[in-house]
Design a protein around this ligand. Structure first.
Ligand SMILES: *Cc1c(COP(=O)(O)O)cnc(C)c1O
Length: 284
C-alpha cells in the first residue's frame, strides 16, 4: 500500500479563507494522522513480530487504525482497555465495531508489564518516536505545495491529543505550527511534547473555556454542522470541533497577513457513536 499525496483544498468558512489538507482522504481504510503515525510500521519489515499490543479507550481512532495495520501485516492485535461500556458491548458502533471486524482482541485488563520477543508494543494514541517517519512525509507535501503556489506567509493548524503529530510537523516545517489541547489541558500538552523531544515546539493556543475530552458540548455539534454546510467537508467531532472554535477565534484576532492551513486528521468513523450520543442528549 502506498499513500498518494493528499489534496489541499481551499474553502471559505464564516467569510474567512482557509486551506484544508485532506489527510482524511489518504486511503479508504488507513487515513488521518494515525495512518501517518503508523506509516513506519506499515512500510518496514518486522519479520520477528507476530503481535501488536496497545491500549487506550474502546472508541479510539488509534485502536481502529492499528486493527487495519495488523490485518494488512497479518499480525495479531491485543488491545487493553480499562472498561467497555455495556451499551457499546451490546450495540457495537464506530471504531469499536470495525476494529472487532478486523480481528482485534479487546481485553478489559491492565496491560502486561513485559512483552515477548515477537510482540510489538505501541503506546496509547501512537505517541512514539517512530511516528516522525510518516509525519515528515506530511510536512514535505505541505512544503512542496507552498512552493508551487508561492505561499510564504503560512500558519498551519491542527488540534492535539497526545501532541505527537503537531510536534513532529513543527520539527519538519519552516512555518509556524499552531495547536490546541483537546485531551488534557495546555500544561499536559506541553509535557507530552517534552516527553518526545527537547526542542522546537508548536505554539499552543489557549482555549477560552475548559473542555473535558469526550464530553458533549452543544457548540461542538453546531460548528461541526456549520462546517459541513459551508465547506461540504465532514470533520471529526472530538478534536476538530474544538480545533475550529480555537482557530476561528485566533484568526479573528491575528493582526498580521497570513494564510491558514488546517490539517484534517481523519477520525470520521468515530463520528457515528458521537452523533448517536448527541441525538440522545439534545434530541436533535
Ligand atoms: C488522534 C487524533 C488527533 C490527535 O493526534 P495527536 O497526534 O495525538 O495529537 C486529532 N484528530 C484526530 C481526528 C485524531 O484521530
Amino acid at each position: 500500500m502506498t499513500f498518494t499525496n493528499s489534496p489541499i483544498q481551499e474553502v471559505i468558512f464564516n467569510n474567512q479563507k482557509y486551506f484544508i489538507k485532506r489527510d482524511d482522504l489518504l486511503h479508504q481504510d488507513f487515513s488521518g494522522n494515525k495512518a501517518r503515525k503508523f506509516y513506519y510500521f506499515l512500510k518496514n519489515d518486522f519479520p520477528n513480530i507476530k503481535k501488536v499490543i496497545s491500549h487506550g479507550s474502546a472508541q479510539s481512532n488509534a485502536m481502529y487504525s492499528l486493527s487495519v495495520l495488523c490485518k494488512l501485516k497479518g499480525w495479531e492485535f491485543d488491545y487493553y482497555v480499562d472498561h467497555i461500556a455495556s451499551f457499546l458491548k451490546e450495540n457495537p458502533i464506530g471504531n469499536y465495531k470495525f476494529a472487532l471486524k478486523n480481528g482485534m482482541n479487546i481485553i478489559e485488563n491492565q496491560i502486561p508489564e513485559i512483552f515477548a520477543k515477537d510482540e510489538l508494543f505501541i503506546n496509547e494514541g501512537g505517541a512514539l518516536k517512530e511516528a516522525s517517519f510518516g509525519i515528515e512525509l506530511l510536512a514535505k507535501e505541505i512544503i512542496d505545495w507552498a512552493k508551487i503556489n508561492d505561499i510564504k506567509n503560512l500558519k498551519v493548524f491542527l488540534p492535539s491529543g497526545t501532541g505527537t503529530t503537531a510536534l513532529y510537523l513543527q520539527q519538519y516545517l519552516p512555518f509556524e505550527v499552531l495547536t490546541c489541547a483537546c485531551v488534557g489541558d495546555e500544561e499536559y500538552l506541553q509535557k507530552q511534547f517534552e516527553m518526545l523531544e527537547k526542542e522546537t515546539f508548536p505554539t499552543i493556543i489557549k482555549r477560552k473555556k475548559k473542555y473535558h475530552f469526550g464530553k458533549l458540548y452543544k457548540e461542538f455539534y453546531e460548528i461541526h454542522n456549520l462546517l459541513k454546510e459551508q465547506t461540504k467537508i465532514e470533520f471529526d467531532l472530538l478534536y476538530d470541533s474544538l480545533g475550529w472554535i480555537v482557530l476561528e477565534d485566533f484568526v479573528k484576532n491575528d493582526k498580521e497577513k497570513f494564510e491558514y492551513l488546517y490539517i484534517h486528521q481523519g477520525g470520521i468513523i468515530g463520528n457515528s457513536s458521537m452523533v448517536e450520543r448527541y441525538n440522545y442528549k439534545y434530541d436533535y
